[in-house]
Design a protein around this ligand. Structure first.
Ligand SMILES: C[S@@+](CC[C@H](N)C(=O)[O-])C[C@H]1O[C@@H](n2cnc3c(N)ncnc32)[C@H](O)[C@@H]1O
Length: 204
């Protein structure tokens, strides 16, 4: 019987990137101010998924200080694409704008300050990738809009799906033939919280 390494959390914590001063500053700030950011593992995953899929039109729901936005916008820049991110808190939207400018990504990301549901209803379809990270109780309500806005074959990434509030979303996406979903329960160093679920779903 094969066995995994002793203390897998400690083992995998060493394999996270720590080479970006701006991201490290935002990680420290998030820890101090209790801002729930995705951390370096999910950030890197978002970059890899966006870059590998060649996503040129990305939508993010829930910006906060723009930490996850920077990973997505960096992939967008390499794919010659554009990212739109929605945030209803004006103070967060202003901080995110400053952070995107500091990252040299202001021309790649458009921050829309407003309620996600009002903004989504005004948007046209054709997104290649959507990252969902707003209040978990709102995920199931946002799901039909994500389906409408993603192109067929587009990718939905939903964070924090191990939260009890995400249960209606998990049940809805697995019972809807319009999606091909997979749920991962993972250890995610630097994520809020570090043990959580992620849902990846192809829009059929
Ligand atoms: C978990 S934080 C986002 C963290 C960010 N994605 C990151 O990892 O760096 C969720 C954000 O969504 C915003 N939010 C929650 N519900 C929203 C809604 N209905 N419309 C717009 N923004 C919303 C909150 O103000 C908060 O900043």
């Amino acid at each position: 019987m094969s066995k995994i390494v002793d203390e897998p959390e400690a083992y995998f914590s060493q394999f996270t990137r720590k080479d970006d001063p701006l991201l490290q500053e935002l990680e420290l700030e998030a820890e101090t101010e209790h801002i729930p950011i995705v951390g370096p593992v999910v950030g890197e995953l978002l970059f890899i998924l966006s870059r590998a899929s060649g996503a040129r039109s990305i939508l993010e729901l829930g910006t906060a200080t723009g930490y996850s936005t920077i990973f997505l916008a960096r992939a967008c820049a390499l794919n010659a694409g554009i990212l739109t991110t929605l945030e209803h808190d004006p103070a967060f939207a202003a901080r995110a704008q400053k952070n995107l400018e500091r990252a040299g990504l202001a021309d790649r990301a458009k921050i829309v300050c407003g309620d996600a549901f009002a903004e989504l209803s005004r948007m046209k379809s054709g997104f290649d990738l959507i990252f969902m990270d707003i209040d978990k109780a709102d995920y199931s309500r946002a799901l039909p809009e994500c389906h409408r806005l993603l192109r067929p074959g587009g990718l939905l990434v939903a964070d924090n799906v191990a939260f009890p509030d995400a249960d209606p979303f998990n049940r809805a996406i697995f019972s809807d033939g319009g999606w091909r979903p997979v749920s991962l329960l993972a250890f995610l160093p630097g994520h809020s919280p570090e043990r959580d679920g992620l849902c990846l779903a192809l829009r059929c």
